[in-house]
Design a protein around this ligand. Structure first.
Ligand code: DX5
Ligand code: ZN
Length: 219
């Protein structure tokens, strides 16, 4: 059976206690920490930037899975690498030259992720899959936590998994947005091996994050 990883989004955490929230996630069995960076321009919401990521770094040795919803993204890649990101995921629409942004991330010895919005097609990245470590499939329009899962994106997950197997590539397939105990199995069966979740992990079962991580993995 393939190993499923859970990457809780700290967007739903208590922002006044982020350090201890991250520690709790690690103790509860999280595999990574998903950090949503928003600029109020590429998406209509603002969150955190490199100084906060740097400050959080000492609270956990888990992989920091940093999802950049900022444009233009290229000139900030180094700041996020220096702040302690392990995976840096960017949107193709946020850079003039996707390949050079991916190579920049890899040149900084970080894993390079590319994120496809619900409307974005696999064609945007199909020539670059050899260089990509992770493809993040959005199952909501990015910008806010707590939105409703869009089941139509599962077709894209399936296509990507077929492409990955055909080309014998190793990139991870991560899915982000509205993941809950009902649709997690569908996402996994479609080919996703990393699930991002904010609302379900922090709010379900009275905020029992350990139980919620276990339930998402076992579905
Ligand atoms: C949305 C973010 C997601 C989001 C996930 O723009 O990229 O990571 O916070 O939160 P839920 O699980 O609440 O949809
Ligand atoms: Zn995200």
């Amino acid at each position: 059976m393939k190993k499923i990883k859970i990457s809780p989004s700290i967007l739903s955490a208590d922002f006044s206690e982020l350090g201890s929230e991250i520690k709790k996630l690690e103790q509860a069995g999280a595999d990574m920490i998903h950090v949503d960076v928003m600029d109020g321009h590429f998406v209509p919401n603002l969150t955190i930037g490199p100084p906060v990521i740097k400050a959080l770094r000492k609270y956990s040795s888990l992989t920091f899975d940093v999802h950049l919803m900022i444009s233009p993204v290229h000139k900030y890649i180094e700041d996020f690498a220096n702040a302690g990101a392990d995976i840096i995921t960017i949107h193709p629409e946020a850079t003039d030259n996707l390949k050079s942004s991916i190579l920049k991330i890899k040149g900084l010895k970080k894993k390079a992720g590319v994120c496809l919005n619900p409307e974005s097609k696999i064609d945007l990245i199909s020539d670059l899959l050899d260089d990509i470590d992770l493809v993040l499939i959005m199952s909501v329009n990015p910008g806010f936590g707590g939105q409703k899962f869009m089941p139509e994106v599962l077709e894209k997950v399936k296509k990507l998994k077929i492409l990955k197997d055909e080309k014998k590539l190793n990139f991870d397939i991560e899915i982000d947005g509205g993941i809950n105990f009902e649709n997690s199995k569908l996402a996994i069966d479609s080919g996703a091996n990393i699930l991002v979740s904010g609302t379900t992990i922090f709010k379900s079962n009275n905020g029992d994050i350990k139980k919620n991580i276990e339930l998402l993995k076992s579905h």
